[in-house]
Ligand binder design. Structure first.
Ligand code: GLN
Length: 509
């Protein structure tokens, strides 16, 4: 493996700026690695739905863009002009958008180059990446296991060193849960801080883009170039601060709240959070105390109802958003239809997968007259209660900590026959999504040899505080995912200069 794959995106950007690493070489190393995974199909990790054939043109070389030359993998559902953008669905197979999502354009102006599009659950509906029309993604820690979802391709690619970093989206946990299952960092920012313009919608009041990275500093670096107001998105907000690179090494005075509802052995509707996950979580809490944090219990009384509310609200919004896929404007159109209605019906029958059809039916039902009050309206009331719980909790503590996912990565096929078991994956992440608040997942240890994620959440726009605390914990935990990157049997086409040279470090004698 070429040494450059060992660099974080931050270090790669710095080395390029210092002239000790060529952007072309960096791009080619990752391009070849991603292309070989793509060529291996289901024998690889199946992370990608498209890989660049050559480096895209650099933005004006004189620009000295801050992220100049760093390659980026982007979840399939971000529209990228002239590049397939299919949201993991047969119904959009081969769709080439005429424009690029605002957040991708923003990053492009900061200097990143589009390396690849990543595999995902169809329309971001799923927790295992098994709902993709383009085949399941495998977890680089254990190929027989899922990478999580729906941003599973992005998470697996970063964990396996096939991309330095990646974009994902999170509606109920789709950045944080795959980050946890693949042993990397994933952050969902405050709702509205990153433009949704050009993101193929799942549930518009919940969808947010965010970074999937190897470490917290890279997450801050990428997120800092993603946030900002966009007039093309009516829900876009002006982020009130600059996102700083985190430096904290201590947690003195930081009040961490642990909600029994999301972090207790008896939470999760009696199923409980896996013992190994709880052990790693508690060990991380002990470490936080050693770093000076005050850890206390906090209550989120309505959080156990979040999943039920989410599975009314998200499908309701999806059923409306997905009405546009009718064979007229985008992607697939069923051939030989008898008339217009037959064309609509057959296109949607052939184009959507089973989970998407299930959500459309659920959502249409919940919104139909006679059921609207009983389901949709009630779910919205629960959502308000959950947001109020968080507000009350943040009057007592600075940040809330929970495990990210109730289990480590599970076996491919283990939960596909039981949608409810699959939905429980997001038990700890959905409450923050409903409340629109920022949350990060960092790896906090191993259970059964597989990574465990720890989630830190804060009030709206507290990204800097969340990132700082995550950084301090990360430094102290010292989780090392490099073995998984090295284990990747992919060819190393270009042998780069030694790390010490790239980073301008003194040579070891
Ligand atoms: N797993 C959840 C779902 O299937 C969340 C998905 C997401 O965040 N996009 O809806």
């Amino acid at each position: 493996m070429s040494d450059v794959v060992g660099l974080s995106a931050f270090d790669a950007a710095r080395a390029i700026a210092a002239g000790s690493l060529s952007a072309e070489e960096l791009f080619e190393v990752y391009r070849a690695r991603a292309a070989s995974d793509r060529a291996a199909g289901v024998d690889g990790l199946n992370c990608f739905t498209w890989v660049a054939a050559e480096p895209p043109d650099a933005v004006a070389a004189s620009a000295q863009a801050p992220l100049e030359g760093v390659p980026l993998a982007v979840k399939d559902l971000f529209c990228t002009e002239g590049v397939p953008s299919q949201s993991g669905s047969r119904i959009l197979e081969g769709y080439l958008p005429p424009y690029t999502a605002s957040v991708v354009r923003r990053l492009h102006s900061a200097g990143v180059r589009l390396l690849a599009k990543t595999n995902q659950d169809e329309f971001a509906m799923g927790s295992s990446n098994e709902n993709s029309a383009f085949g399941a993604v495998r977890n680089p820690w254990d190929r027989e296991r899922v990478p999580g979802g729906s941003s599973g391709g992005s998470a697996a690619a970063v964990a396996a060193g096939l991309a330095p970093w990646a974009l994902g989206t999170d509606t109920g946990g789709s950045i944080r849960q795959p980050a946890a299952l693949c042993g990397i960092v994933g952050m969902k920012p405050t709702y509205g801080s990153v433009s949704r313009y050009g993101m193929i919608a799942f549930a518009s009041s919940l969808d947010q883009a965010g970074p999937l990275t190897r470490d917290v500093r890279d997450a801050a670096l990428l997120l800092g170039h993603m946030v900002g107001h966009d007039p093309c998105d009516a829900t876009s907000l002006r982020f009130p601060h600059t996102i700083e690179l985190p430096t904290a090494e201590r947690l003195d005075g930081v009040r961490l709240g642990v909600p029994e509802e999301l972090a207790g052995a008896s939470s999760l509707e009696g199923e409980g959070i896996e013992a190994g996950v709880l052990d790693a979580f508690r060990a991380a809490l002990a470490r936080a105390e050693e770093l000076g944090a005050q850890v206390s219990d906090v209550r989120l009384p309505h959080a156990p109802h979040a999943l039920s509310a989410y599975y009314v609200i998200a499908p309701a919004e999806a059923s409306s958003n997905l009405a546009r896929f009718d064979g007229v404007r985008y992607g697939l159109r069923a051939a030989d239809a008898a008339d217009l209605l037959d064309m609509y019906t057959r296109t949607r029958h052939d184009g959507f997968g089973a989970e998407v059809k299930r959500r459309i039916m659920l959502g249409t039902y919940a919104l139909s007259s006679g059921y609207y009050d009983a389901y949709y309206d009630r779910a919205q009331r629960v959502r308000t209660k959950i947001a109020e719980d968080f507000r009350a909790a943040f009057a007592q503590v600075d940040l809330i900590v929970t495990p990210t996912a109730p289990t480590v990565a599970f076996k491919l096929g283990e939960k596909t026959a039981d949608p409810l078991a699959m939905y429980l994956n997001d038990f700890c992440t959905v409450p923050m999504s409903l409340a629109g608040i920022p949350a990060i997942s960092i790896p906090c240890g191993l259970s059964q040899g597989l990574p465990v994620g720890l989630q830190l959440a804060g009030p709206a726009f507290s990204e800097n505080r969340v990132l700082d605390a995550a950084h301090a914990l990360e430094q102290s935990i010292g989780f090392d995912g490099s073995a998984v990157r090295k284990r990747s049997s992919l060819p190393a086409p270009a042998q780069g200069p030694p790390l010490s040279e790239i980073l301008n470090l003194p040579r070891e004698s």
